[in-house]
Design a protein around this ligand. Structure first.
Ligand code: NA7
Length: 548
């Protein structure tokens, strides 16, 4: 955490009253959007709730926080100079390093002067008389903008614990998505971690080495693959930089925003190869590390039986790593196909359960009944704890948008428009909300992809669209309901052809009570999606109403 504290102090820009565009959020998406629009001559005001830039990487400072996409892929490609000059130190970057990178980007492109920090947008109302958005913040700013661009992130609103008795707990508790900037010292403490998603799987091994005792409260075990993280080989970095342009092109045209290795077997069904060949392919991908295992065969995400071969491979790995057979069994995911919940990438996660100071508790079997002044009580036991870590996830994809009072035509709120689930055209715009763009939101590849690649694609598409509007003297752009309905139908149809909807994941909103169950991201792949967006633009923004 010391690296974070060494960040330069962020300076606040003073907001202005009337601008071409308001961008909400100063993470990867907001920073690049600002840069691109300013380059095109637009006046831009960015609002950021955090007291520094960085978005996800500003908030998520828990121990072990790290990207699970490799560093040389999880970085901007828009500036060849930037990608050549920045040196990554590890195969998978840690949170402090990514945050340092984003600060560097903010300085290098002189972005800070248009970013107002520690300021939350509370409402945005479209005025049909003037065709402008009126945006208000929690600091009382009122700004008028032609365009409203939501760079608010897909996992930025923590799913805060609502456990009975939480207020009575006498020790400190933390949500991983709002971690103290000075870090937390768990030395000598009895610590409870609730949750076993990607975040907990990163944090648990680190907390275990510090705490006197760690109790992990698991409701659903997850599939996790080893990262095999380590220092980035300078020779590899040099070689990648020498061919970076081609590598980036492949990323943009790929399925998930990362060029993936295609082998003879990976183009076949898992069921069409011999058990020995299957094992060899999976072993080689496990040894490589990261998400690659899920792509072992071409039907892992569409055929349950094929999926089961890969799922069982991981369960066998878990059983081989974890010494206690009962604990190993409890850690084996059995309730969802592999890949249908966000697969996790870990550093010695399963090994952590071989430590004497770590206990795994099954809260599926005996749910958490309440938090007590001295710890936590499940339906069948009590646990004394000095601190509690909630790694309980986020209100994904729609949470940040619904936290603002967004009103489009006729005063209709976005919440009303999306009451049955998000409705967008291309994931970029919503009918009834003219000139409002959602970045990497529902209906786009978003969380199923390398976010930086998807962010860059959205930024470039939006910037081109605004340039087109200005060149043609058009004031307003908005999808037609017909185009939107067709897109929503398409997104649902191809999603339903996969195994994704079978899991109770945050992809379908299952982690938030009352959220409509809709598989939100577009599963057709980054390359295909980009082509569709480009064709729509080339055809004069087909499916959009444009008014003078
Ligand atoms: P996730 O993946 O949503 O994980 C949250 C975890 O918290 C998950 O294991 C949940 O169990 C658990 N949880 C949530 N509420 C409860 C309650 N009430 N009781 C017990 N357990 C609970 O969030 P992460 O932060 O780990 O990861 C989010 C994304 O960030 C990740 O996918 C990467 O893209 C980066 P459940 O599975 O719901 O049974």
């Amino acid at each position: 955490m010391s690296d974070v504290r060494q960040q330069p102090m962020d300076t606040d820009a003073q907001p202005v009253g009337t601008v071409d565009a308001v961008v909400v959020g100063a993470g990867f998406a907001g920073l690049y959007m600002l840069h691109r629009l300013r380059e095109r001559g637009l006046s831009v005001q960015v609002y950021e709730a955090g007291s520094g830039v960085g978005g996800t990487w500003y908030w998520n400072r828990y121990p072990g926080a790290r990207c699970d996409i490799e560093s040389m892929d999880y970085s901007y490609s828009f500036s060849p100079e930037l990608e050549q000059e920045w040196e990554w130190t590890e195969r998978y970057s840690s949170q402090p390093e990514i945050l340092r990178y984003l600060h560097h980007v903010a300085d290098r492109f002189d972005l800070r002067r248009n970013i107002t920090l520690a300021t939350r947008v509370t409402s945005a109302v479209f005025d049909e008389m003037t065709n402008r958005w009126a945006i208000e913040t929690d600091r009382g700013d009122v700004v008028s903008a032609t365009y409203l661009i939501m760079a608010t992130g897909c996992l930025s609103v923590p799913n805060r614990p609502t456990f009975k008795g939480l207020d009575s707990f006498t020790g400190p508790w933390y949500h991983t998505g709002a971690w103290p900037h000075d870090g937390v010292d768990f030395t000598g403490q009895r610590v409870g971690v609730i949750g076993t998603g990607s975040t907990a799987i990163q944090a648990i091994p680190r907390i275990a080495t510090q705490a006197a005792h760690l109790v992990v409260f698991q409701r659903t075990p997850n599939f996790s693959m080893p990262a095999w993280n380590g220092p980035l080989d300078p020779a590899f970095q040099r070689q990648r930089k020498a061919t970076y342009r081609e590598h980036r092109r492949q990323a943009r045209e790929s399925a998930i925003g990362v060029p993936v290795e295609v082998t003879a077997l990976s183009t076949m069904s898992a069921l069409a190869v011999s058990p020995e060949e299957r094992q060899r392919e999976m072993e080689s991908r496990w040894t490589y590390g990261g998400f690659r295992l899920v792509g072992s065969f071409n039907d892992v995400l569409i055929n349950k039986q094929a999926n089961e071969t890969v799922a069982e491979f991981v369960r066998q790995k878990i059983r081989a790593i974890v010494h206690d057979a009962d604990v190993a069994d409890l850690l084996c995911p059995k309730d969802h196909p592999i890949g249908t919940k966000r697969p996790c990438v870990d550093i010695a996660y399963f090994q952590t359960y071989n430590r004497d100071n770590v206990t795994l508790v099954n809260v599926r079997h005996a749910p958490i009944a309440e938090i007590t002044p001295t710890g936590l009580r499940t339906q069948d036991a009590a646990y004394d704890l000095d601190s509690i870590v909630f790694a309980t996830g986020f209100d994904a994809m729609t949470g940040a948008l619904f936290n603002m009072d967004i009103r489009g035509r006729g005063g209709k709120t976005l919440k009303e428009a999306w009451a049955e689930g998000p409705r967008t055209y291309l994931g970029l715009m919503t009918a009834g909300f003219p000139n409002m763009f959602t970045m990497t939101g529902p209906g786009s590849p978003s969380v199923l992809s390398n976010m930086v690649v998807s962010i860059e694609q959205h930024v470039d598409w939006i910037a081109d669209c605004l340039q087109y509007l200005r060149a043609h003297d058009l004031r307003c752009i908005e999808p037609t309901v017909a185009a939107q309905d067709l897109w929503v139908g398409h997104v649902n149809e191809i999603g339903n052809d996969t195994l994704y909807p079978e899991a109770n994941s945050w992809y379908v909103g299952a982690n938030i009570p009352g959220k409509p169950r809709v598989f939100m991201p577009y599963v057709g792949g980054v390359g295909t999606y980009r082509k569709t967006c480009d064709e729509v633009a080339a055809n004069g923004y087909q499916g959009f109403t444009q008014s003078p």
